[in-house]
Design a protein around this ligand. Structure first.
Ligand code: PRP
Length: 207
């Protein structure tokens, strides 16, 4: 049986729609229930919802053979998996942002609030900038507004959240979207089916 991990939430629903269109439906997957595991006996496949940050864990450890994860999460966790395909769903960008009136004093340590400490450290290290990372779990926009941090490193899609909180983008530094990933040994031992799924998803994406 092939096991598929999808991220629970808006992005996962978009990705599931791609699987369904490609010929891999799982009955009840989009019903708003608390159920997490769905089996398609005919396809000999099992699909489950996991927290977006946890998809790479399930795939790296082989509990899931393949999965879909946001590029942000892959950059943050850097899992030992194959990234097979850009599914081009949920396109957005990683950005550094601040209050509109923020003026950077480069001689001072920059206080950075983020859900992505590794991404933030790597980005500012590339600029040679010393930072103090403050890890939060969402609603990051609050941090500079209330003075907890100087800047945030966060996902920007439409820019509405920033605008409504009087924040501005300093720089965009990564393009993000959902990626199809595979466990390394599953990719070897279940190559036929994984390649076929990849081919169909790619075909659907490009047409
Ligand atoms: C993300 C992100 C921003 C927002 C950006 O949050 O953290 O807050 O979307 O989107 P926009 O540019 O279209 O306004 P999400 O809604 O995923 O919730 P979170 O704050 O819990 O991470």
């Amino acid at each position: 049986m092939l096991n598929i991990a999808l991220p629970k939430g808006r992005l996962g629903e978009k990705v599931y729609a791609l699987f369904e269109r490609a010929g891999y439906p799982f009955a009840g997957m989009l019903d708003n229930t608390r159920k997490l595991v769905f089996v398609n006996e005919e396809l000999d496949m099992r699909c489950f919802w996991v927290k977006p940050f946890d998809v790479p864990v399930y795939v790296e450890r082989g509990t899931a053979d393949i999965g879909a994860a946001g590029k942000d999460i892959l950059m943050e966790r850097n899992p030992d998996v194959y990234e097979l395909l850009d599914l081009e769903a949920g396109k957005c960008r990683m950005a550094a942002a601040s209050r509109e009136d923020f003026i950077d004093d480069e001689t001072r340590t920059l206080r950075v609030a983020t859900e992505f400490p590794n991404i933030a450290r790597k980005y500012y290290a590339s600029l040679g900038r010393e930072i103090d990372v403050i890890t939060l779990r969402g609603s990051l926009e609050l941090a500079p507004v209330l003075g907890l941090s100087d800047v945030i490193v966060d996902i920007v899609e439409t820019g509405t959240t920033l605008r409504e909180n009087n924040l501005k983008v300093i720089t965009y530094f990564a393009d993000l979207s959902a990626r199809l990933i595979a466990n390394k040994s599953a990719y070897k031992f279940k190559a036929g089916i994984i390649t076929e799924i990849m081919r169909r998803l790619k075909n659907d994406r490009d047409n």
